[in-house]
Design a protein around this ligand. Structure first.
Ligand SMILES: [Zn+2]
Length: 452
């Protein structure tokens, strides 16, 4: 059965004078929402530590899995002030329980090829229960990791699972060795394509050197079409693999040149699925450029870094011409990321893929820029939204403000530039007039965006 606890309130209309996390929980409870009864207001860190310690021994009393407690700052104005970094709030932190461990045999060490060509060893384990879950495999990261822990095939090993994290091998039990255990050594050739493997300087991982390695392409296509990247439904898993195996996709840009007749000849592809697939591919051309950048799968450049870069640079082309120095001047970009980006865009094959994507009509420019030729309309203006709007939901209006370069915050302060108000503005309206913040209506906002 599916069940839920409610922990926070995103927005209220009017003034309910909720000042703390605890008041919020009690208010939610009074409205009939199900809240977690296991919460406590701690006066200091010591009380948090004691609460955590008490729970380690009482987890069995819960009828669900639980891997830790969450510690939150109680005062909501402090929460607001502390803010968030990326998706991580600075006013809340997870305090995990110690990981659960178990002993089992390491039966074999196998390899898979990652999307950047890294050869990733993983352990095949004699299935063992760890904290209620049967574990059959564990990651081994790279050859150095295996060597530093002196893991041998046939060893008894201690495995550990913390929360939903991939199980890890903590150590091997050397006392239980019988002499029949065998050491692992990295092969010299890629298990997928047979190309020579190589190590890069300052990196523990071993890489396949073949840029057209089919195993790498499979991983890359899977990543390219995934929800957080280009989001092409119907292209993941088996479809992607069969397109690669049949030679229809040799690089990710080929996705945009797939032809109906060829697709219909594939196994398990009826007319309907081909229609849907082609539509999803076409739709994905309009994705914002930060998604394309994420999709390219450049090492160390995930969705958060991609958004940050495109916010700053506004187009993929501006990024391609950046040298390391320019990149390092962007806050949050360190040498690892800047090196990875410049290396990627200095590779001829990668530039070729980019040109193919462009010729297919894949979007490479941020909307903010294409509309206003370089200067975001609401650049650095701070907005607070209150009340019911006629033409936009709360998320829609927030997206619109952000797309034009503005910032949205939850409460009115001296640094707020505009309070955008709909019907029933409530306490924020009073606060804005008290602080002398400019108050605008929905239609005034629209004029602002359009007339610019
Ligand atoms: Zn290979």
């Amino acid at each position: 059965p599916l069940d839920i606890f409610i922990y926070s309130l995103a927005q209220t209309n009017g003034d309910h004078s909720l000042d703390t996390q605890l008041e919020t929980l009690n208010y939610l409870k009074s409205l009939g929402f199900k809240i977690n009864p296991n919460n406590v207001l701690a006066k200091d860190t010591q009380e948090v530590i004691e609460y955590h310690a008490r729970w380690i021994h009482s987890l069995g009393s819960l009828d669900y899995d639980c891997d830790g407690i969450v510690v939150k700052v109680n005062r909501l104005d402090y929460q607001q002030h502390l803010g968030t970094i990326g998706r991580e709030p600075r006013w809340a932190t997870a305090y995990k329980f110690p990981a659960v461990q178990a002993q089992t045999r390491l039966l074999d060490i196998r390899l898979n090829v990652g999307r950047t060509g890294s050869i990733n060893p993983y352990a095949i384990l004699d299935p063992v229960e760890v904290g209620g879950v049967i574990i059959k495999q564990a990651t081994l990261h790279n050859a150095d990791y295996i060597e530093s822990k002196d893991l041998r095939i046939g060893d008894w090993v201690v495995v550990e699972r913390a929360g939903e994290v991939i199980p890890q091998i903590v150590r091997s039990d050397k006392d239980k060795r019988t002499g029949t255990e065998t050491s692992f050594s990295m092969p010299r050739m890629c298990p997928s394509c047979g190309a020579i493997l190589a190590n890069r300087k300052d990196e523990a991982a071993t890489y396949c050197t073949n840029s057209t390695c089919p195993a790498q392409l499979e991983r890359l296509v899977e990543h390219f079409v995934s929800k957080s990247a280009m989001d092409i439904e119907g292209m993941g898993g088996k479809v992607g693999i069969s397109l690669i195996q049949s030679g229809l996709i040799k690089d990710v840009a080929d996705i945009y040149f797939l032809q109906r007749e060829k697709l219909e000849q594939l196994d398990r592809m009826g007319k309907k699925s081909v229609d849907n697939l082609l539509r999803a591919i076409k739709e994905s051309k309009k994705q914002p450029p930060e998604r394309l950048l994420t999709a390219l799968g450049i090492p160390h450049v995930g969705s958060e870094i991609s958004s940050l870069l495109l916010n700053k640079l506004a187009s993929i082309d501006n990024l391609v011409v950046c040298n390391q120095e320019t990149l390092l001047n962007i806050p949050s970009i360190g040498p690892k990321i800047s090196e990875s980006i410049t290396e990627y865009f200095s590779n001829f094959d990668n530039l070729n893929v980019l040109e193919k994507l462009r010729s297919a009509g894949v979007n490479m420019v941020s909307e903010t820029v294409s509309r206003s030729e370089g200067i975001p309309l609401l650049s650095d203006l701070r907005f607070v939204v209150t009340g019911r709007l006629d033409n936009y939901s709360r998320t829609e209006i927030q997206d619109l403000i952000k797309r034009h370069g503005g910032k949205v915050s939850g409460s009115v302060s001296k640094s707020t530039d505009y309070l955008l108000t709909g019907q029933d503005g409530g306490s924020k309206l009073t606060e804005a007039s008290r602080l002398g913040v400019q108050i605008i209506s929905e239609s005034e906002f629209e004029t602002m965006v359009v007339s610019n």
